[in-house]
Ligand binder design. Structure first.
Ligand code: PMP
Ligand code: GLN
Length: 430
């Protein structure tokens, strides 16, 4: 049986993707990039399979891949005071996407009765990882100030107890897109340093996607943080191959060793040809690409332009009022939809099935007393306007007062043309 908080949230991922399939609505709810992986990566995968990289490898990941990750990430982890040359054998663990790295990291850190703290809204799978580990979830809120997301550090500090074993941060963040500033990371470091038992799990899967020349900093690079931080990345987000499910964790040898034990006890190995293809492509990602300094700049520019077009598109809507919040990075933008309650037909606001078709019912999230505004809005938009978005309250605890039900999440990891497409423009402006 799924633990309670994880169960409360279901079926958040399936409901809106099912609606988008059933009603042929444009899927802007799921974080699926519209760009293909670079062709050199695909060629390297083909070659890896033909050259015989098709069988199991070492539990911690193929040695060639860990070697290449060390070469690529050592300079990144040396940008702070922490002068690291990452040891590929002890400080890097390859996992089944970032998701498995998060799962293994949390599982080795907590026992029944422990607590894990995170900012809310959070990336949803954190809740299941913590609960599967028998620990309690504690949260501190984000808040919106002049259209920009801010962390409530005081609330975070108040919530930490001697039982709090881990702090999970997402930098850049999903679903708000916020990137920690250097000052914010210093503030967080000040808090963490007061609690020697705390390990930080830093989910940095959108590391390569800061927009508007925003400066990005790793939490692990500040002061002595490296010694207590597991930093997690995803090849899916780095190279637009989310379906390959290759990720990795980087950290000090004691934390990585224990994370690897959970990995060995659960899945052993993952996608060996994918690891080899990525290993052989890392150097190429830094070379000039389609008129840009490197592959990452190409992807950043594409998604940033898509974001700008999405903002223009939202402004075109005559009846529905969309108020975008600042989108700093990653795959998503949060949008305020609070002024639209009067537009939503009652059937979407009431408990029970909102669909007319009893034979092919979309699996729906059940509410206890009332349907959250963002859910009513997203259901209405998907069924009647042909646009699938994601309710932001699904990234919050059911019991939380801070439900963010005035917001939706829109995927901007598309091409700029996606948001100027006449079909989508018509749907948004009707
Ligand atoms: N962390 C965050 C913040 C994410 O948005 C995602 C989803 N893409 C993941 C982790 C999981 O990444 P992966 O697909 O590599 O498991
Ligand atoms: N991280 C992606 C998102 O936030 C995918 C999540 C998933 O596949 N459940 O949309």
């Amino acid at each position: 049986t799924l633990p309670r908080k994880a169960r409360d949230q279901l079926p958040i991922w399936s409901e809106f993707t099912q609606l988008s399939t059933k009603y042929n609505s444009v899927n802007l709810c799921h974080g699926t990039p519209a760009l293909d992986p670079p062709s050199f990566l695909i060629d390297n995968l083909d070659r890896a399979c033909r050259e015989g990289f098709n069988q199991y490898t070492l539990f911690s990941g193929h040695p060639l891949f860990r070697e290449k990750l060390s070469e690529f990430f050592s300079p990144i982890f040396s940008q702070g005071k922490n002068n690291q040359n990452l040891n590929p054998n002890t400080e890097i663990l390859v996992t089944n996407g970032a998701s498995e790295a998060l799962f293994c990291a949390i599982h080795h850190l907590v026992e029944k009765g422990d607590e894990v703290i995170m900012f809310e809204p959070y990336y949803t799978s954190y809740v299941s990882h913590v609960e599967f580990g028998g620990a309690q979830i504690k949260t501190a809120p984000f808040y919106l100030k002049d259209g920009k997301w801010e962390y409530d550090f005081e609330a975070l500090e108040r919530q930490i107890t001697p039982k709090t074993k881990a702090l999970m941060i997402t930098n850049p963040h999903n679903p708000t897109s916020k990137v920690f500033t250097y000052e914010e990371l210093l503030r967080l470091t000040d808090i963490v340093e007061k609690h020697p038992q705390l390990v930080v799990v830093s989910d940095d899967v959108y590391y390569f996607l800061p927009y508007d020349n925003r400066k990005y900093h790793l939490f692990a690079n500040i002061r002595e943080n490296y010694k207590r931080t597991i930093t997690i990345f995803s090849a899916g987000k780095m190279m637009n191959c989310t379906g390959w499910k290759v990720g990795w964790a980087i950290g000090p040898d004691d934390l990585i060793k224990n994370t690897c034990l959970v990995h060995e006890a659960s899945v052993f190995n993952n996608n060996v040809p994918g690891q080899i293809a990525i290993a052989k492509s890392l150097d190429q990602t830094l070379k000039p690409y389609q008129g840009h300094a490197n592959y990452y700049q190409y992807v950043q520019k594409t998604f940033q332009e898509a974001r700008d077009n999405a903002i223009n598109l939202l402004k075109m809507s005559n009846t529905v009022k969309f108020k975008p919040t600042q989108c700093e990075s990653g795959y998503f933008m949060a949008v305020d939809i609070s002024e639209n309650e009067h537009l939503i037909p009652d059937k979407y606001k009431q408990l029970g099935n909102y669909e007319n078709d009893p034979n092919t019912i979309v699996i729906q999230r059940q509410f206890k007393d009332r349907v959250h505004l963002d859910y009513a809005f997203c259901r209405w938009l998907a069924v009647e306007k042909g646009i699938s978005l994601m309710p932001l309250s699904s990234f919050c605890l059911e019991e939380s007062k801070f439900k963010l039900e005035n917001f939706i999440r829109l995927a901007i990891c598309k091409t700029p043309q996606t948001f100027t497409d006449p079909n989508l423009v018509k749907r948004f402006s009707s």
